[in-house]
Ligand binder design. Structure first.
Ligand code: HEC
Ligand code: HEC
Length: 314
């Protein structure tokens, strides 16, 4: 008994020491800086390039769904583009995160950032201060042509003053930030340009490089890593007081939500937009994709490996 007490006491001391050390280390590692290359991207003033950027921002890349704090549902009905002045709150286990003001305002927006700094943020997950960002925006393999178009359009946004709160990391978030959060960058080489057509290849590019369908429709583990079959259904969105919504299976498997849907059914469904009010899917943006873009997505979804619906383990 005496011996046990002694062991317990020492274990207690050691544990306490580890906790104190970890807490101190976590605190000193809250402002880590990372290196990443500055991409050779220069905004253009060509009206065709700007129009292409506008289409990307408000449709498949769905920047407006995250970078606006306005009622994007009513604006979508009215056909008004939301202002990209940021401030939308994303609250989860790691803390509260706020999308930034990406209008041209010099103090509260991105007016002072260079094209290369903005491109570095989006390609390499390192913000203008050199801090790693949580991977909200997996645009790491967007083509250089599309990145140029997106930034060219952002440069035309009129400056809107809107101070966005700083991110608030939870204790868990702080520990992960100190030891685990690393900037996510491109896989392989960034394509210069990708031919826009109705093929599965272009659909693959939209789904995986721009629209990020897999981010919700593939099952992910606690740290965000992909653990389910690609596009075979994702993690449930559980919100108090609201029906839980689960991103369904989109593969060509009999269990898939879209099994048996014709190309026209798929296009018509996307065009209907948001039918469930609290759905997290950025329907308002996606419904603005062209028929050709939606056809490419449909062709790609038909070509992926059919898989049974992923089920989350609780
Ligand atoms: C899923 C939500 C989401 C989408 C979609 C999204 N963003 Fe973001 N964005 C965020 C969040 C959240 C932050 C803040 C991240 C942080 O501070 O760690 C952010 C930060 C940024 C920043 C950094 C600004 C700065 O002050 O350094 C830029 C630039 C940016 N986004 C541009 C875009 C563009 C352009 C698009 C569309 C092509 C886009 N975002 C789409 C959520 C999103
Ligand atoms: C931010 C998360 C998110 C993203 C990104 C997302 N989805 Fe979804 N999706 C959902 C959720 C949640 C549902 C279930 C609720 C609903 O139907 O709106 C859903 C439902 C669907 C449905 C079934 C609709 C129905 O009426 O049965 C289809 C089809 C679909 N998504 C396709 C896509 C495609 C294609 C993409 C990429 C272009 C995509 N989703 C991106 C979350 C997402």
């Amino acid at each position: 008994m005496k011996r046990f007490k002694k062991i317990a006491k020492w274990t207690g001391f050691i544990l306490l020491f580890i906790i104190v050390a970890l807490t101190a280390l976590t605190a000193t590692r809250q402002d880590l800086r990372f290196e990443a290359p500055y991409p050779n991207i220069k905004a253009s003033t060509d009206s065709t390039v700007i129009a292409q950027g506008k289409h990307l921002v408000y449709s498949m890349a769905h920047c407006a769904d995250c970078h606006s704090n306005q009622n994007t549902d009513s604006l979508a009905q009215l056909g008004i583009e939301p202002t990209l002045s940021g401030g939308r709150k994303f609250a989860f286990e790691l803390g509260n995160f706020y999308s930034r003001n990406i209008t041209a305002d010099e103090e509260t927006g991105i007016g002072k950032l260079t094209d290369a700094e903005i491109a570095r943020t989006l390609y390499y997950g390192v913000n203008s201060k050199g801090q790693a960002m949580i991977d909200f925006m997996p645009f790491h393999n967007v083509s250089e042509e599309h990145m140029t178009a997106i930034i060219s359009y952002l440069r035309t946004l009129k400056p809107v003053k809107n101070v966005v709160p700083e991110n608030e990391y939870s204790t868990l978030g702080k520990v992960l930030k100190a030891f685990l959060v690393k900037p996510v960058g491109p896989k392989g080489t960034i394509p210069k340009t990708v031919t826009p057509d109705t093929t599965a290849a272009y659909g693959n590019y939209i789904v995986n490089n721009v629209a990020n369908c897999a981010g919700c429709h593939t099952l992910r583990g606690p740290t965000g890593d992909y653990i389910g079959e690609p596009l075979a259904g994702g993690n449930a969105f559980v919100e108090p007081g609201l029906d839980t919504l689960t991103p369904p299976n989109l593969t060509p498997h009999p269990e898939s939500r879209i099994y048996g849907w014709s190309k026209q059914n798929f296009i018509d469904r996307v065009r209907m937009g948001k039918l469930i009010k609290h759905s997290h899917m950025p329907w308002n943006s996606y419904k603005k994709m062209t028929d050709d873009e939606l056809t490419a997505i449909y062709n790609y979804l038909q070509s992926v490996k059919p898989a049974k619906t992923s089920v989350e383990k609780k």
